[in-house]
Design a protein around this ligand. Structure first.
Ligand SMILES: *[C@@H]1O[C@H](CO)[C@@H](O)[C@H](O)[C@H]1NC(C)=O
Ligand SMILES: *[C@@H]1O[C@H](CO)[C@@H](O)[C@H](O)[C@H]1NC(C)=O
Ligand SMILES: *[C@@H]1O[C@H](CO)[C@@H](O)[C@H](O)[C@H]1NC(C)=O
Ligand SMILES: *[C@@H]1O[C@H](CO)[C@@H](O)[C@H](O)[C@H]1NC(C)=O
Ligand SMILES: *[C@@H]1O[C@H](CO)[C@@H](O)[C@H](O)[C@H]1NC(C)=O
Ligand SMILES: *[C@@H]1O[C@H](CO)[C@@H](O)[C@H](O)[C@H]1NC(C)=O
Ligand SMILES: *[C@@H]1O[C@H](CO)[C@@H](O)[C@H](O)[C@H]1NC(C)=O
Length: 466
């Protein structure tokens, strides 16, 4: 009897937590490469993922750097870097068509090689300029991009800006994105109007902001797609009056609705809300002010999940971007098919207005009810779209940058052997996935100057959490 009671209590406790069994049925990308640049040995990152070593090359202009004074506690992948004083490219064979996520990790540590020569380089991914005149910044930085792939390979080029400069990278992640992550259609906001925008998934995107509204930082360990979400406090307009809410209940991901890969439980479990005061609808609104760069349109993804209302059908509010009413009387209950705590997101493309800031506001609407929650927001993602030159960084196109280095310095050869190995690799990986082997397959480096070809991919580089 006591045992029965205990298990009933346990079930009760468990059902209020995010289900562990659900989080174990994790997203498993078809293409998945993690490279620990600058070191021939494999290393784990903070999310326990195995980054495979990057063998040394015989080229005198490709070298490995090791941080002589690593920051205590810094992940191993930030202690080494590959550096190049001539154009260098990493080639990843891919099997999946569609959107891929590419993360480049940079940590410009103190090193005699960095001190002797200037760091300045461009990075191109599949014909898009993603970084130009980049100097590596200060401290560890992750640059994250979404790229549409309809070829058999993804090529990442590192081009030092001149013969006296060098480029570097500490780690590279390339994974195929869940199919529902970047849709084709969004709402375009320009000239005070909202119209349809098609072809979103064929743009190159760079993550500019990813905020967990009303909640703590979420690290890659706790995100279904190894993303980082930062708290929103510094972006919230101080005059905004809002209340933070946090839910310990389960987030109701619905079949056909927003998936956990679009937004993790931890993000949807916290929010900021506007509540009615003194039996009347509040007239305040919440505003976030986000810095953006001139010369680019931006994708703004707003995440909603009603974790605050006491019952269905009580929540209505308006959404404004840069002062334009972009969504009137958003009725969360109807949108999520009458399920409380069920997530929803909406995408807007905001036209460049030259102001270098983007305002996101949530406020009560004409339908808002007294005694209710009259506005909620759980997460904000802001992504930069490539400009008309195919660049995410500067008014320059990839072809122009490639031509700045004399031909011959950039290996253009696609060795047949790589293709053969790839085909072999595919069947091997398929087999390994089927039998759920948890070890990794190393890729090998071909001795081609200025180029690294990844022939095989690890079947399950995703080390288990817990
Ligand atoms: C993951 O999330 C849990 C609960 O939200 C938190 O306690 C834990 O510290 C997080 N872990 C990491 C590594 O961020
Ligand atoms: C709400 O009512 C209380 C008591 O009547 C009053 O002190 C307070 O100022 C009111 N608040 C607002 C925002 O009107
Ligand atoms: C909201 O209402 C209060 C009291 O009616 C008023 O003092 C305040 O100016 C209003 N604020 C806005 C932003 O309209
Ligand atoms: C954004 O908000 C700030 C602060 O309220 C305001 O000064 C600015 O005019 C707003 N910009 C736009 C484009 O709405
Ligand atoms: C709300 O209702 C008023 C009065 O009916 C109307 O003028 C206004 O356009 C409506 N919408 C908003 C967003 O205020
Ligand atoms: C981004 O680049 C693609 C391909 O070069 C181009 O078709 C598209 O128009 C660009 N996007 C914008 C917003 O200019
Ligand atoms: C990079 O720097 C060079 C030299 O300072 C400059 O001419 C060029 O416009 C810059 N390119 C970009 C895309 O900012």
């Amino acid at each position: 009897m006591a045992l029965l009671l205990l298990s009933v209590v346990l079930i009760g406790v468990l059902s209020t937590l995010p289900s562990p069994s659900l989080s174990l049925s994790r997203f498993s990308p078809v293409d998945y490469f993690l490279v620990n640049c600058g070191s021939p040995s494999d290393s784990l990152d903070q999310a326990n993922r195995l980054f495979l070593g990057d063998p040394k090359s015989s080229s005198p202009w490709f070298f490995h750097l090791v941080d002589p004074n690593p920051v205590p506690g810094a992940p191993d992948i930030y202690r080494t870097a590959s550096a190049f004083s001539k154009p260098y490219k990493y080639v990843f064979p891919v099997r999946d068509r569609g959107t891929h996520v590419l993360r480049l990790h940079f940590n410009r540590f103190r090193s005699s090689a960095f001190d002797r020569s200037d760091v300045e380089f461009h990075v191109l991914i599949d014909g898009f300029v993603v970084l130009s005149n980049f100097t590596g910044g200060h401290g560890a930085a992750i640059k994250e991009f979404f790229i549409w792939v309809d070829k058999d390979e993804v090529v990442v080029h590192f081009l030092p800006t001149t013969r006296t400069k060098i480029g570097f990278v500490n780690a590279i992640e390339l994974l195929s994105s869940p199919k529902d992550l970047i849709p084709d259609v969004a709402h375009f906001v320009g000239n005070g109007e909202v119209v349809d925008f098609e072809g979103l998934n064929h743009q190159a995107l760079e993550v500019a902001h990813r905020l967990n509204v009303g909640g703590p930082k979420i690290t890659p360990f706790n995100d279904s797609l190894w993303r980082t979400w930062v708290p929103d406090d510094e972006f919230l307009l101080s005059s905004s009056e809002s209340e933070m809410v946090y839910s310990t209940g389960r987030i109701q991901y619905r079949e056909g609705g927003v998936s956990r890969e679009v937004g993790p439980d931890n993000m949807y479990s916290s929010a900021r809300v506007i509540r009615s005061v003194n039996q009347s609808v509040s007239n305040i609104s919440m505003t976030w002010v986000l810095p953006v760069v001139r010369g680019h349109d931006y994708l703004v993804r707003l995440h909603f999940c009603d974790i605050a209302s006491i019952s269905l059908g009580l929540i209505y509010f308006n959404v404004y971007l840069n002062g334009v009413l972009v969504y009137e009387n958003l009725d969360l209950t109807r949108i999520v098919n009458e399920v409380l705590a069920s997530p929803y997101y909406v995408d807007f493309i905001v036209e460049d207005n030259g102001l270098q800031i983007m305002n996101v506001s949530i406020g009560p609407s004409n339908y808002s009810l007294p005694h209710a929650v009259d506005g909620i927001l759980n997460g904000i993602e802001v992504m930069k779209l490539n400009n008309s030159m195919g660049s995410l960084d500067g008014e320059v196109c990839a072809g122009f940058l490639l031509r700045s280095w004399p031909r011959g310095n950039i290996g253009l050869l696609v060795p047949l052997i790589a293709l053969m190995c790839l085909l072999l690799g595919i069947s091997l990986v398929k087999h390994m996935r089927a039998i759920q082997v948890s070890s990794t397959v190393a890729w090998t480096k071909l001795p081609t100057d200025g180029k690294e070809v990844f022939e095989k991919q690890a079947a399950s580089q995703i080390a288990e959490k817990i």
